[in-house]
Design a protein around this ligand. Structure first.
Ligand code: GTP
Ligand code: MG
Length: 314
């Protein structure tokens, strides 16, 4: 049996492209309890000071996210950048069929030591996406990846959370899905930095771009604010990739100007701390069943119940 490797050994191996070591480190982070982080802290201390470009990709199921991720990996690898992908599945506590599909679509890169792909399940984890994925992103940064891609299906809270995590957030749409309208409803438009109309080989792509333009013209922007570009791609054929990569680079340059990137990093750190704090508080301050019953029966009001849980008798 192979000897157990110390965190320092694992980090050195992961930096050299050993994917099993990277996986091991991520597993340690994932399995840490909300209120206990001895080993995780040791690892965090070893991987300080990375600086990756974090790119979030969200959009409805089947819109082509994983196919685009695979194409983007190809583009960045061609530029000799090390790329890590976290495929987040917010709906499942396990890594299920959808992720299997992801693996198939990203299989081109399976043997490349400069690429690391991992599925992350967030349901059932205290703190949700921000807590689980935030730590993973930071670890990958510290392991000297140049780009960390976070793919998550655009359902519920996940797409808003991804924006707080990523430097640049891509919103993928496909023609004929009525996506433009859906996006407005969900407020996703606010969080996207780059729009991508994928499946441009299908009818309706021009209309989708027009819809997006019309929608954006309704939003007032100050001159110093970022204006989201609209890219069109055929991810399955690698079409439009160059323009998309350029748009992502441009947004990164815009962030890097002024204090915006540092501001984003601070906001990301704060979101992660809040998520973990939330989880830790829930563990520390469990709600007694008798107290819940008392509130349900109207004997105690909720505000008093909260004070009681916090041990605040004053
Ligand atoms: N015609 C066409 N098909 C595409 C394009 N991009 C992706 N597809 C196909 O669309 C299907 C879904 O692609 P995925 O990349 O798995 O989509 P996804 O958004 O990752 O899906 P989930 O992870 O399940 O939400 C696959 O069959 C792809 O081959 C495209 O540009 N044009
Ligand atoms: Mg996918």
């Amino acid at each position: 049996m192979a000897p157990v490797r110390t965190p320092a050994e694992l980090v050195a191996a992961a930096r050299a492209g050993d994917r099993r070591a990277t996986a091991r480190l991520l597993t340690v982070l994932e399995n840490q309890r909300a209120d206990d982080d001895g080993t995780a802290s040791a690892i965090a201390g070893l991987v300080k000071g990375g600086d990756a470009q974090v790119v979030g990709i969200t959009g409805s199921p089947g819109v082509g996210k994983s196919t685009l991720v695979s194409a983007l990996i190809g583009a960045w690898r061609a530029a000799s950048l090390r790329v890590a992908v976290l495929a987040v599945d917010p709906s499942s506590p396990f890594t299920g069929g959808a992720i299997l599909g992801d693996r198939v679509r990203m299989a081109d890169h399976a043997l490349d030591p400069g690429v690391y792909i991992r599925s992350v399940a967030t349901r059932g984890h205290l703190g949700g996406l921000a807590a689980t994925t935030g730590a993973a992103v930071r670890l990958l940064e510290g392991l000297d990846f140049d780009v960390v891609i976070v793919e998550t299906v655009g359902v519920g809270q996940a797409e808003v959370e991804i924006a707080s995590l990523a430097d640049t957030t891509l919103l993928l749409l496909a023609p004929g899905m009525g996506d433009g309208i859906q996006a407005v409803k969900a407020g996703v438009v606010e969080i996207a930095d780059v729009y991508v109309v994928n499946k441009a080989d299908r009818p309706g792509a021009d209309a989708a771009v027009r819809d997006l333009r019309a929608m954006m013209s309704l939003v007032r922007r100050e001159p110093y604010e970022w204006r989201q570009p609209i890219c069109t791609t055929v991810a399955s054929e690698g079409k439009g990739l160059e323009e998309l990569v350029a748009a992502i680079g441009k947004h990164h340059d815009w962030l890097a100007g002024g204090d915006r990137l540092a501001e984003k990093r601070r906001a990301r750190a704060a979101a992660e701390i809040r998520a973990r704090l939330d989880a830790a508080l829930r563990v520390r301050f469990a709600v007694p069943e008798a107290l819940a019953a008392a509130v349900a029966d109207g004997e105690v009001d909720v505000a008093s119940a909260v004070r009681r849980v916090l041990g605040d008798t004053g």
